[in-house]
Write a protein that binds this ligand. Structure first.
Ligand code: SAH
Length: 222
């Protein structure tokens, strides 16, 4: 059996992938298109991999766990902070803007990346994989929010913050959700939080211990 399919099957068996849409997106997006040439043979190992600039593409189980928590639907506007390779953004785009659905129903992913080299990498990877009309990459600090004209349905942060950045919470629509790792850099000491906006208030649920690279920028680690 091919490595891609057996990875997805295993994550379904483990209960990480629970919904049909997260599974479909996991099957649809080819992770090998988002990892460096020298790591292609490890593209379907359930592990983070280096993508340059001291950063990593997250492990597949973390990507799909976060996608399940986000409770994504067709048509949603999603902000990602930390585009990296562009892989996670592509898996989200396959849910909010699935290739089978007509483009007028599509939502969009705006993915922000602070490192100019990685912003370029994400842009080209997403273009090569066919996601450039569904994911827009911006090269800027996303920790302090992004000047969009609309509020967003979902926010996905893929680097660990010292705390939940207020300006990001303010970008959420009522009923909106954010998934964010919070805690000190280094191995462990971080937890994944699910944040919801309920009647304007922050409702926070701790999900699990995690290990992410540090969030930089105004509301990141110095
Ligand atoms: N989601 C990525 C993995 C990202 S690793 C993927 O699928 O490959 C975390 C990324 O967050 C790194 O690329 C890092 O440069 C970026 N980052 C860190 N602080 C940031 C900030 N304040 N704004 C935007 N991007 C940031």
């Amino acid at each position: 059996m091919d490595a891609h399919k057996s990875l997805v099957d295993r994550l379904v068996r483990l209960g990480i992938i629970r919904s049909e849409k997260v599974r479909r997106a996991a099957e649809r997006v080819r992770r090998e298109m988002f990892v460096p040439e020298s790591y292609k043979d490890m593209a379907y190992a359930d592990t983070p991999l280096p993508i340059g600039e001291g950063q990593t593409i997250s492990a597949p189980h973390m990507v799909f766990m976060m996608n399940e928590l986000l409770d994504l639907e067709v048509g949603q506007v999603v902000l990602e902070v930390g585009a990296g390779s562009g892989y996670h953004a592509a898996t989200v785009a396959e849910i909010v803007a699935p290739s089978e659905e007509p483009p007028h129903t599509w939502g969009v992913v705006v993915s922000v990346e602070i490192n100019p080299h990685l912003a370029t990498l994400a842009h080209y990877n997403l273009m090569a994989a066919g996601y450039s009309s569904r994911v827009h990459v911006l090269n800027m600090d996303g920790s302090a929010g992004v000047p969009l004209r609309v509020k967003v349905d979902r926010i996905l942060v893929t680097a660990a913050a010292p705390d939940i950045p207020k300006p990001l919470f303010e970008m959420l629509k009522e009923g909106g959700k954010m998934v964010i790792p919070v805690g000190t850099p280094g191995l462990w000491g971080q937890e994944l939080l699910l944040v919801e906006k309920v009647e304007g208030k922050m409702v926070v649920r701790r999900v699990t211990d995690v290990a992410f690279v540090p969030l930089r920028g105004k509301f990141g680690w110095r």
